[in-house]
Design a protein around this ligand. Structure first.
Ligand code: SF4
Length: 479
């Protein structure tokens, strides 16, 4: 490990898809020889090093290009491979040390695979020549910070933000007035909202699914359908959402970046309004590492969850496809994202969540929370950043059915942590497990109900749909 590259494991470099000219191949080899050991560069050909504290984010097994996923372990290791540190955590730490954390807000583009495996230095030289080599050197050496950063950006931002992406660090308010869904309407009118999750079936029969949807229908505003959670295939979220819509229940379509390509995402979104789907939750999705064997690709995502938000927001508000084609009719979307408030220190976690809000997230559904008091510093950080009043937050609450379930969540599910006292309560409860689990959930709801910035709960029943009625009534959330 060099002193500069903080992640332990060396991963192989990418190669171009077509044979390059000799001088470009030579340049690429030289670039790899220097940037590899120094920065962990894998020659993605779409270099972002200036924005990622000079640590290559392509060492993340999920290929996240816009910040960490929610699965960082408590010791800040990568949940896909615990023998190494989370590369994004390293990027955040270094950016913070150098006072460059605001740089992390820029929404960075997905890979342009035309460039993968090719050199980038040639492009830098061409851009410098365009700006004027003498001017570039003079400005970069200048003491005037503004001038320096303007000239730097004229070269590097032009390269990393191609015309088809144009990502930035700013907030973009939704470009429409009337709420597109009941979930959005209620959240805007400051009601304390209850959403839940119904587990998609394992087979092609929707009888049980319909029964579960009917069971929760009177008590919730919207129902989420997971997109093959834990990388285990089930009925698709789109199909379940359609079933819910036909039963007059408002669906939240979950889309996991893990199984999504940029083409597939845009195609699906053009069609979902026709199926009565307007709420869309963009998540990165569990790595195939936590799924069953044989394991699917553990390498790069085509598009990460922040990029999904940016792309869908632009389709909705600007009516453009990623390739720049104009749409005649824009999709109506209420866009959501997942948040894992305890995955990193509150100030770091708030950077990632702020970025999601800027990219287009209008609501958050958080990971399951068992320590409500730990939410305060995270909410304060979001508030400090001016992001809290731009997003509606639904806190993930799960009634535990048994000690076994509690242990499973704690040990096996990335990003979920149960404190010792809850584990002990569930262990002591024995056969009274379900009742104790409900009591714990009610206590959590009670303590978050009046927190500033929290707009509702997302009840994750883990297949125990019948509990929604009891919790919603006992928590006083059912009028
Ligand atoms: S997969 Fe998640 S935990 Fe692992 S390096 Fe990437 S962002 Fe970090």
């Amino acid at each position: 490990m060099s002193g500069i590259k903080p992640v332990r494991r060396w991963q192989p470099a990418f190669y171009p898809f077509k044979r390059e000219k000799f001088h470009r191949r030579l340049l690429a080899k030289t670039e790899l020889l220097i940037k590899g050991p120094l920065f962990g560069c894998r020659m993605c050909g779409n270099c972002l090093l200036q924005e990622t504290a000079f640590i290559c984010p392509m060492e993340c097994p999920k290929g996240m290009r816009n910040g960490p996923c929610g699965g960082v372990t408590p010791s800040k290791r990568c949940y896909v491979d615990e023998t190494r540190r989370c590369v994004w955590y390293c990027i955040y730490e270094r950016a913070l040390k150098k006072g460059r954390e605001e740089k992390l807000l820029e929404v960075l583009p997905p890979l342009d695979w035309e460039k993968v495996g090719t050199e980038t230095w040639g492009e830098v030289v061409r851009q410098i020549q365009k700006t004027g080599t003498a001017k570039f050197i003079k400005d970069i050496l200048s003491k005037d910070k503004d001038r320096k950063s303007k000239t730097w950006d004229s070269v590097f931002k032009t390269i990393r933000q191609p015309d088809w992406w144009q990502g930035d660090s700013d907030y973009h308010a939704p470009g429409y007035q009337e709420p597109v869904s009941e979930l959005e309407r209620r959240l805007r009118s400051r009601e304390f909202v209850v959403a839940t999750e119904v587990t998609p079936p394992l087979s092609a029969n929707v009888e049980k699914l319909a029964k579960d949807i009917e069971l929760v229908k009177p008590y919730v505003t919207a129902v989420n359908f997971t997109d093959s959670s834990s990388a285990r295939p089930r009925m698709s979220s789109i199909a379940c959402s359609k079933v819910a819509h036909d039963l007059n229940v408002e669906p939240v379509l979950q889309i996991a970046a893990r199984d999504t390509t940029r083409t597939g995402l845009q195609a699906d979104i053009v069609g979902v309004n026709e199926l009565g789907i307007f709420n869309v939750l963009c998540i990165s999705g569990d790595s195939t590492k936590v799924g069953p064997s044989p394991m699917g690709s553990m390498n790069l995502l085509d598009i990460d969850s922040v990029q999904m938000l940016w792309l869908l927001r632009r389709m909705r508000d600007e009516g453009i496809y990623l390739d720049g084609r104009k749409m005649k009719n824009q999709p109506k979307l209420f866009l959501g994202a997942a948040s894992s408030p305890f995955a990193a220190e509150p100030n770091l976690q708030a950077i990632k969540d702020h970025k999601k809000v800027n990219a287009g997230a209008q609501f958050f559904q958080t990971n399951i929370i068992f320590e409500p008091e730990r939410l305060d510093p995270w909410l304060e950080q979001l508030d400090k950043r001016g992001a809290l009043d731009k997003v509606h937050i639904l806190i993930g609450v799960a009634p535990l059915k048994s000690y076994k379930v509690a242990q499973y969540l704690h040990m096996k599910v990335p990003g979920i942590f149960l404190p010792e006292n809850i584990l002990k309560r569930m262990e002591r409860a024995g056969d009274r497990g379900p009742e104790e689990g409900i009591l714990i959930a009610l206590e959590i709801i009670d303590s978050i109900k009046n927190k500033k910035g929290i707009n509702g709960i997302h009840l994750m029943t883990l297949g125990w749909e019948a509990v929604v009625e009891r919790i919603s009534k006992d928590a006083g959330l059912h009028p």
